[in-house]
Design a protein around this ligand. Structure first.
Ligand code: PHE
Length: 446
């Protein structure tokens, strides 16, 4: 059986790239800037940073630690680890919910990945050139209204994802992130460089870094915490799966610190790339989810060099989306590979095609099936809410509560290479701060 030699990342560096690739996604480039825009800038950023370090980082380390102990897919891992700690195997439900969550998210994430591909092409073919805000708005709503167009780009995106994951951890995942992550960083630097030439860079910096505390509300805090969770790809079995390919020599806390810092730097970098353009062109800061698909292309269509800037921007977005999407397919693939007779490539294909099929229902909710709703939500919104509001927090909570309360303390301490004071802090964060934080967001979002 192929199951006996479980794959391993070829180096700590590849692992960092892969984990950062998962963390850096639509959440960083698309969602973070518009959330900052809607929530009043730097005050939001500060709260977000607190959430990332006090809650996100401990849960990230916990998921890796569990995955590394289990050396298997999230379901088997949770069952094994619980059993060897003398606890019920029912903890495997945490793994089940993670794998299922990743599968559901992949289905609609791929639809948005498809938009990104479509916009990449659109920027090359000059679709934005000279368009007014209304014109671009129509381009966007025209895309949403066309099932054929959405289906085509969703399918291409998913094929790319399946193609990468089918090739395995070292050839597929590492091969993809080794190219896309450096390219992503370079593109971001170029776009920030452009931002500096607009004469509005200072405004963007002030906006991101000078807090206006009056803008802070309970809602903002909740949004920051929810986003900290989403942006680190927590609660989806992803980090459990990525941890399962890790060797014992890797220091999890140091590695997590690196990944968290890179994720944050890239999110802030996206703000520094986007906001100067927004300020320079008098665009609407608070335009929300349409910020990068409607607002920003107006600028690309009307400024010198806009075609090339738009192209760079949407390639960046596509790379970010792809490296996250492969991380969503990974836990499902690993599960099928280890728990069914399927080998790697067929497992990736089966999982990917199933998510693709569900994605079709999601994309039809923008047009043909727009009247079909469950509890008042279309399929796309339903999948989004179900995963981000219920499955992710509960899965993350399950993992951290299990690890903090039910594992042997000495073993955890050794695993994490912590000093006495470090371990006290760790215990405080994972037993109380993180679970309470997650619970508060969970309850408030109901
Ligand atoms: N962390 C990714 C982001 O910031 C989002 C993501 C969610 C990735 C779920 C994988 C899984 O966009």
């Amino acid at each position: 059986m192929s199951k006996t030699n479980h794959a391993q990342w070829s180096s700590r560096f590849s692992f960092i790239l892969a984990a950062t690739g998962s963390a850096v996604g639509l959440g960083n480039i698309w969602k973070f800037p518009y959330m900052v825009g809607q929530s009043g800038g730097a005050a939001f950023v500060l709260v977000y940073l607190l959430c990332i370090f006090l809650i996100g980082l401990p849960i990230l380390v916990t998921e890796w630690m569990l995955g590394r102990r289990g050396q298997s897919n999230p379901v088997t891992t949770m069952s094994k680890v619980a059993h060897s700690a003398g606890r019920t195997r029912a903890w495997a439900l945490v793994g089940v919910s993670g794998v299922l969550g990743a599968f559901l998210i992949l289905s609609f994430y791929s639809v948005i990945g498809g938009w990104s591909l479509y916009y990449t092409l659109g920027s090359v073919s000059g679709d934005f050139a000279g368009q007014s805000a209304d014109g671009i708005g129509e381009l966007f709503s025209g895309m949403l209204a066309s099932p054929g167009l959405l289906l085509m780009w969703h399918s291409i995106f998913m094929l790319l994802v399946i193609g990468i994951v089918a090739r395995g951890v070292t050839k597929g995942l590492e091969g993809a992130v080794n190219i896309m992550m450096p390219a992503l960083a370079l593109l971001l630097v170029v776009l920030i460089g452009y931002g500096m030439t607009t004469g509005h860079f200072g405004e963007a910096v002030a906006y991101l870094f000078n807090p206006d505390w009056s803008k802070l509300s309970g809602e903002t805090v909740l949004a920051a915490l929810g986003h900290a969770f989403f942006t680190l790809s927590l609660g989806m079995g992803i980090m459990l799966a990525y941890g399962s390919y890790l060797g014992q020599e890797v220091n999890l806390i140091k590695t997590a610190r690196t990944v968290v810092i890179m994720d944050t730097v890239i999110a802030l970098g996206a703000g520094l790339a986007i906001f100067p353009i927004v300020f320079a062109n008098n665009l609407d800061l608070a335009s929300g989810p349409s910020l990068i698909f409607v607002t920003l292309p107006v600028a690309f269509g009307n400024i010198g060099g806009g075609t090339i800037l738009g192209l760079l921007f949407f390639v960046l977005l596509t790379f970010a989306a792809l490296t996250s999407a492969i991380s969503l397919l990974e836990p499902v693939t690993e599960f099928l590979e280890e728990r069914t007779p399927l080998s790697r490539a067929p497992a990736a294909i089966v999982a990917g095609l199933a998510a693709w099929a569900l994605g079709i229902a999601a994309l039809l909710s923008f047009n043909l099936w727009s009247d079909f709703t469950v509890v008042g939500l279309g399929v796309f919104d339903l999948l989004d809410k179900l995963t981000s509001k219920f499955m992710l927090p509960l899965t993350g909570l399950g993992a951290v509560v299990f690890a903090a309360w039910f594992l042997n303390r000495d073993e955890v301490r050794k695993d994490l290479e912590l000093s006495d004071s470090g371990f006290t802090l760790w215990t405080l964060l994972t037993r109380f701060v993180a679970p309470i934080g997650v619970l508060v967001v969970f309850i408030a979002s109901l």
